[in-house]
Design a binder for this molecule. Structure first.
Ligand code: GLA
Length: 740
């Protein structure tokens, strides 16, 4: 519900999870007043600092805005904190301010055109939306702030339109999608950071003096930082404590920061990065959408809010209730060393261990036998597949598997037919030698003709192969990111126009092939964000497939993404990335609660391992509806506890997660203890999350033992000290006392 009080000029956005309140103060500035648990009533008169300063009201220049928590403030006219965007106005000055001019309660939510936000057929309940109009008193700039709150979600969706109201050109840099000032308090920062093969590790550190900022300038949201930043109370943990979190529905460069102010408050800002947009008079720029969450239920509370928002509002609806197929992917099984016979053998072997989908990875097209050529030439390699892609796919299907295909459409190899025909289709800055990464350049997706070409290629291969799955990869960062056809003035917009082009292309593919599941991939998890989630019900979370390394990656990824969206494949040992020898059972358990599959050649396994994996495929099929519909919780003690990896007497802490299915009718518990230590007693893993409220009785399916929910919660499940590293177990609990 959105309430506007004309006297106080206050806006109160409220549903059963949250209240978000701001008002136009005496000076006309928009002041942020409250974001937290839902409030019945409030009075800005009691809260705002303005009334105390009534006497100063008519005085211009006005009081410093420094004391006021702001809603969306610019730098330079009384506010010296980092502005919600930076500007170069037509007269060359950079200072501006925004004053309230009016608002409109919208009948329907409005989303930034051309950018992913919430799908039209969302299931988030009734939506309430408001547009607030702000204007610089000199008329240089107008800004429309958009807010949408849905009945069934704590997530507040924000974005802005920035309009050049002046007579000359304006340069606009990195406008935030949201930049509220949070109240004075002690805060810890929480972010998901890493690198290739180490994506989205949870990082937590105290916010002290000085701004903290993360972002990407690489043309993709990137491996280094997820486009996400949260501020939590120092006491917050998985299940308790307040936090404010923001994530961006955007897959390109971004910037997120926390800037403490002089009074203990902090500006939390998130938005596009690497942008310098040239706005001519009257022209506007739309920021990507950001999702904001406040919760008092700790990191699990935040994750549940994001998970359900993605499921009910963002991920393609066709796949909402569609179990993810058990997958076998050819990459680590054979890399580029493929032909029809090898592929069909792998497919048959995959089917024998229970796979349902075969994904033909890199190496199938044109003359591609290594990573030195052919990106852009999207037709089957005639030497490897003389009867074409259609015949190959048919043969895979005859072996009982659906057929899926890897593509990397955004790229071009200098050694390709496409590059010989269109040498000017790659991003480039004339006069600069383009840096190749993995021997490839990036196509200029801001150009219509490039997108048309790619769409035709994709349509052809999808029609020819009748593939039901497309792994959409993107394996290099951008450099020399210029687009000569855009002209001199607009070079600073290249990477954003690229993203708009990418979304347009993805949308076209989705509309033409709505039943084809897209898997988002960028050198593993290098572009995993809420922007791509609008097109991809599944992500390849990392190229790191080791059963232990994956724990931290999946743990951190689950802060934002629900488990069915995280591709997790069992790979061979020694692991190809780290050489570790994790037992097959533990590797399979690491993957089991996610979108499960294989990244190995079963022909190279022992008969025992093959039958073990067949059994695990079957287990996944039994639990995957629960994965898809259940609620995912991390148990206390995992990597989010500020790196505290040791328990009593130096015992290793477990990493554990639990899926609550059907409001607690069933619980799926996964526990991992990577390293064994000597001379320790058994420990007990307390189910600190996931249990239903009130008393309940559960039967553990393996032993048949009965547990009360209080025993599970307060004493825990016994974890015996088994010798050997990389131990893992899975327990399934079925509620016994339902209805009694
Ligand atoms: C990237 C992906 C891998 C694989 C290779 C193929 O690295 O993350 O899964 O598809 O490309 O070249």
């Amino acid at each position: 519900m959105i309430r506007f009080d004309p006297e106080q000029k206050s806006f109160h956005l409220r549903n059963s999870f949250v209240s978000y309140i701001f008002h136009a103060g005496a000076t006309g500035r928009l002041h942020h007043l409250y974001w937290g648990a839902p409030l019945e009533t409030f009075s800005p008169g009691r809260w705002a600092l303005d009334p105390l300063r009534e006497d100063l009201k008519p005085v211009r220049p006005r009081i410093s805005e420094e004391v006021h928590p702001q809603e969306y403030s610019l730098w330079g006219c009384g506010d010296r904190r980092p502005g919600a965007c930076s500007l170069r106005l037509a007269d060359g000055s950079a200072a501006a301010e925004l004053l309230y001019r009016g608002h409109e309660i919208l009948e329907q939510p409005v989303y930034p055109p051309g950018l992913p936000a919430v799908r039209q057929d969302h299931e988030l309940g009734a939506a309430e939306a408001v547009k607030v109009l702000l204007e610089d008193p000199r008329g240089d700039l107008r800004v429309e702030l958009y807010y949408t709150l849905y009945e069934k979600s704590p997530v507040l969706l924000r974005w802005n339109r920035i309009i050049n109201g002046s007579e000359g050109p304006i340069l606009l840099r990195d406008p935030a999608s949201a930049a509220p000032d949070l109240p004075p308090d002690a805060y810890d920062l929480l972010h998901l950071s890493g690198a290739w093969g180490r994506e989205r590790h949870v990082r937590r550190e105290p916010l002290s003096s000085g701004s903290f900022s993360i972002g990407s300038r690489s043309g993709a949201s990137g491996h280094q930082f997820a486009p996400f930043l949260a501020l939590c109370s120092p006491e917050a943990g998985e299940n308790q404590g307040c936090l404010y979190a923001a994530t961006l529905h955007y897959s390109g460069c971004f910037s997120a920061s926390a800037a403490p102010d002089s009074f203990g408050g902090c500006r939390l800002s998130i938005g596009i990065g690497g942008l310098e947009a040239a706005l001519s008079p009257g022209e506007s720029f739309d920021t990507p959408a950001a999702s904001l969450v406040w919760t008092a239920e700790g990191f699990n509370g935040m994750s549940r809010a994001f998970h359900s928002f993605l499921r009910e509002g963002v991920l393609p609806r066709e796949f909402r209730f569609r179990p993810r197929p058990v997958t076998i992917n050819s990459w680590e099984a054979m890399y580029f060393d493929m032909d029809q016979e090898k592929i069909l053998n792998l497919a048959a072997q995959g089917a024998a261990v229970g796979a349902e989908l075969f994904v033909l990875d890199d190496g199938w097209f044109s003359r591609r036998v290594d990573d030195r050529s052919s990106l852009g030439d999207w037709w089957a390699n005639p030497d490897r597949f003389p009867r074409g892609l259609g015949a190959l796919a048919e043969k895979v299907r005859e072996r009982g598997l659906a057929f899926g295909l890897w593509v990397e459409p955004e790229m071009i190899s200098p050694d390709s037919e496409l590059s010989r025909k269109h040498p000017d289709w790659a991003l480039a800055i004339p006069g600069r030698e383009a840096v190749t990464v993995r021997n490839q350049l990036v196509l200029d997706l801001s150009r219509r003709e490039v997108r048309d070409y790619l769409f035709d290629c994709l349509r052809r291969v999808l029609e020819e192969s009748a593939a039901v799955y497309l792994k959409w990869d993107m394996n290099r960062t951008m450099s020399e990111a210029g687009s000569p056809p855009l002209g001199r003035e607009r070079q600073g917009e290249t990477m954003h126009r690229y993203m708009l082009g990418l979304y347009e292309l993805l949308g076209r593919v989705r509309r033409a092939f709505p039943q084809v599941m897209l898997e988002g991939c960028a050198g593993g998890g290098g572009r995993m964000d809420f922007g791509m989630a609008a097109f991809c019900p599944r992500f390849w979370a990392s190229d790191q497939t080791d059963g232990v390394e994956r724990l931290a990656i999946q743990y951190g990824s689950s802060y934002l993404f629900p488990p069915e969206t995280l591709g997790a494949h069992v790979s061979a040992v020694p692991n190809h990335q780290v050489g570790r020898m994790v037992p097959g059972r533990s590797r399979a358990l690491t993957a089991l609660a996610f979108s499960y599959g294989y990244e190995l050649n079963p022909a190279e396994l022992s008969p025992e391992e093959r039958s073990l994996f067949r059994e695990f495929s079957q287990r996944h099929k039994e639990i995957r509806r629960g994965v898809l519909q259940g609620e995912f919780f991390r148990l206390e003690g995992g990597p989010s506890e500020g790196g505290r990896r040791e328990g009593p007497a130096g015992s290793p802490r477990e990493t554990a997660w639990i899926i609550r299915v059907a409001a607690g009718r069933e619980l799926l518990l996964f526990c991992f203890r990577p390293f064994c230590r000597p001379n320790l007693l058994p420990s007990y893993l307390k189910l600190s999350a996931g249990l239903p409220e009130g008393p309940a009785l559960y039967r553990e399916t393996r032993t048949g033992e009965l547990y009360s929910s209080s025993e599970l919660r307060y004493k825990g499940v016994r974890v015996d000290r088994v010798k050997g590293d990389y131990q893992a177990f899975f327990r399934r609990f079925i509620r016994e006392d339902e209805g009694t």
